[in-house]
Design a protein around this ligand. Structure first.
Ligand code: NAD
Ligand code: DAU
Length: 341
């Protein structure tokens, strides 16, 4: 195999969708998945790939140079070696409870990975970041790649820190980096602490849906498959050293999203429960994704009208997956499948 991709965080939501997509679209690429299997990492997301030629899982932590080294050993021998870096602490609410794990993984881990990637002659390094680094929008306007960074939560501040380290690796060392910044993803395999799977799961069981504050916060929803295709396009065609915004052209207020999900599930709006707001809650995110369209030719293929029902159906059909995630039973899978390594 001439191309190997080291994917970090491939057992999480977006990473696992990306690994599945590579198996489908780039079947001749070798994929090495380095993941620490935190609470958000679930190898059941990748079950179909176990034992597949060209796929290897490495259990390890990006903050530990020796773990990263093991992953590169597993990835060695390719003509083209790429890195796509998803691994992160990703939940804003958890970062409000405690910022340190976010600094460790998102900042320290990214630097460890950059250093090792340079040493191993990585040809292209894609850093998967977020629109949250730009802070919050008012009623109008869109985030562009040149919007100043103004992160508001410990999560987004740690992601902005990692973006700056990636930028510095390019500027100082001429390292072949690319940064993507996307809006809120939805789709299969999302950990149900995030709002969309949480509301689908709660509504299905007639449990209350907690809506923060007045519910008028706006997010620009992006189907995860669209996001994964955009990352692949940036990996293959992006200009080194550049940042690319990725968005769904799909702004929706939280309360409207809840109502749409309740309607689709045939559940009453009386399940909506307004709760205390998230401290520092960003009011509105919306992406200007014209650069990636003009330079690379990517635009989202899915609209909410198609992909929201697909997503709701996926969670309804994957009741076992959901139950095992919610009960914590998914964590047994690693021990059964891989032993206590
Ligand atoms: P996730 O929380 O579902 O998955 C994160 C994965 O990283 C897990 O598999 C976890 O085990 C792994 N991980 C965590 N710490 C690690 C460490 N120290 N070493 C190795 N692996 C570690 O996250 P996600 O929602 O799939 O997000 C993936 C990336 O995309 C993140 O960088 C996030 O900031 C970014 N992002 C996510 C969204 C979104 O809507 N989910 C939007 C924009 C950007
Ligand atoms: O914009 C990209 C970001 O999107 C990513 O960088 C993050 O990793 C990802 O988690 C997501 O962050 P958000 O904070 O926007 O996603 P979350 O699903 O946590 O919340 C979506 C919106 O719903 C937000 O306005 C907060 C609100 N919310 C969330 C939860 C969990 C509620 O009203 N009730 C809830 O219970």
């Amino acid at each position: 195999m001439t191309t190997t991709v080291l994917v970090t965080g491939g057992a999480g939501f977006i990473g696992s969708n990306f690994v599945h997509m590579l198996a489908e679209l780039r079947p001749d690429w070798r994929v090495v998945n380095l993941d620490a299997l935190t609470y958000a990492g679930n190898l059941e997301n990748l079950k179909g790939l176990d034992g597949r030629k060209g796929y290897a899982f490495v259990h390890g932590d990006i903050t530990k140079p020796e773990d990263v080294e093991r992953a590169f050993t597993s990835a060695s021998g390719a003509k083209n070696l790429f890195v796509v870096h998803f691994a992160a602490e990703s939940h804003v609410d958890r970062s409000i409870l405690g910022g340190l794990p976010f600094v460790n993984t998102n900042v320290v881990g990214t630097q460890v990975l950059l250093d090792a990637s340079r040493r191993h002659g990585v040809a292209r390094f894609v850093h998967v970041s977020t629109d949250e680094v730009y802070g919050s929008l008012g009623a109008t306007g869109l985030f562009r790649e040149d919007t100043p960074l103004a992160p508001n939560s410990p999560y987004s501040a740690s992601k902005a820190g990692s973006d700056l380290l990636v930028r510095a690796a390019h500027h100082t060392h001429g390292f072949a980096t690319l940064i993507t910044r996307c809006s809120n993803n939805y789709g299969p395999y999302q950990f149900p602490e995030k709002f969309l799977p949480l509301m689908i799961a709660n509504a299905s069981e007639d449990k209350p849906i907690p809506v923060y504050g007045d519910g008028l916060y706006v997010r620009d929803w992006l189907y995860v498959r669209d996001h994964c295709e955009a990352i692949l396009a940036v990996l293959e065609k992006g200009k080194l050293g550049e940042v690319y915004n990725i968005g769904g052209n799909n702004e929706v207020a939280n309360i409207d999203l809840v109502k749409a999900v309740l309607k689709a599930l045939g559940k009453p709006e009386s399940l909506i429960t307004y709760v205390k707001d998230r401290p520092g809650h960003d009011r509105r995110y919306a992406i200007d994704a014209s650069k990636i369209k003009a330079e690379i030719g990517w635009a989202p293929r899915f609209t909410f009208r198609d992909a929201l029902p697909l997503t709701i159906r996926w969670y309804q059909e994957q009741k076992d997956w959901l139950a095992r995630v919610r009960s914590g039973a998914y964590r047994e899978y690693y021990a059964t499948q891989y032993g206590a390594r």
